[in-house]
Design a protein around this ligand. Structure first.
Ligand SMILES: [Zn+2]
Length: 260
């Protein structure tokens, strides 16, 4: 495993500055598998929830194709991984974990999945959605599992245009889930040239590692994992602290002219 430092242009932002700049009160995180968010963003999530931001997590799959135990059934793996994710979520202050029914390893960007994400976004009404980047990172292909790319693509499509178009998924409007605009996307696992934001999570690194350790069934070598993640956070910070990196996309700001 190697770590590639982020491009110099990626600014380093303290959690309180990020909250103020993005006007964060509610964030929706969307991941493909249990443990994704803990690898990519749980330091940031811990820093946000610590300052009163509500963070909900949506998992597209129960992670039934993960782990290293060939004797375990997919149902048993799914049950274990859900319980692990719930425990990890509690460590970093996530308020709610919602599970969708995509098949692990075969997540597809379908009308149904995008519709489920639009429904959830309209229920939660976050200012920012945190998820995967839909573009493949060639520097470390493991960041770009096909389910991660599909999750990212479905989230980006839901965030624009469908969540803000009242004529998309009209059954949601009929249920009282009104169209609204997402302002920001925070995308993890981005190709290095897309990284434009580093969030300073110094002080939250142990919470992140502790959340990761809740995913016991996924770690063949927990100590090596701890070391790798710690080194990665330090490489991203570049100043002796710890940081996580994202591609920050402004979907809507006061000047945005929207159309479908
Ligand atoms: Zn994953």
């Amino acid at each position: 495993m190697t770590t590639t430092p982020p491009p110099p242009a990626a600014r380093l932002c303290a959690p309180e500055a990020l909250i103020a700049e993005l006007g964060l009160t509610t964030v929706l995180a969307v991941a493909a598998h249990p443990d994704d968010i803990d690898f990519g963003a749980s330091g940031t999530i811990a820093a946000l929830t610590d300052r009163g931001v509500d963070v909900a997590l949506c998992l597209l799959t129960a992670g039934d194709a993960g782990g290293f135990d060939p004797g375990r059934s997919a149902e048993e793996t799914a049950r274990i991984r859900q319980a692990e994710q719930q425990a990890a979520a509690e460590v970093v202050g996530i308020s709610e974990v919602v599970l969708l029914d995509e098949r692990d390893g075969f997540v597809t960007v379908s009308d149904k999945l995008v519709g489920q994400l639009v429904r959830l976004m309209r229920q939660v009404r976050p200012e920012a959605v945190l998820s995967f980047h839909p573009e493949r990172a060639w520097d470390r292909l493991q960041k770009s599992h096909p389910d991660h790319l599909a999750a990212g693509e479905a989230v980006v499509r839901a965030a624009y245009p469908y969540v803000e178009n009242p004529f998309a998924y009209p059954e949601l409007e009929a249920e009282g889930l009104a169209a609204f605009t997402i302002q920001h996307l925070l995308l993890m696992g981005a190709p290095q040239e897309r990284v434009n934001l580093r969030v300073d999570v110094t002080g939250y690194q142990d919470q992140k590692l502790s959340a990761l350790e809740r995913h016991f069934s996924q770690h063949r070598d927990a100590e090596r994992m701890r070391q790798f993640v710690g080194e990665q956070l330090q490489a991203v910070h570049r100043g002796g602290g710890y940081a996580e990196e994202f591609h920050h996309v402004i979907v809507n700001d006061p000047e945005t002219i929207s159309g479908f």
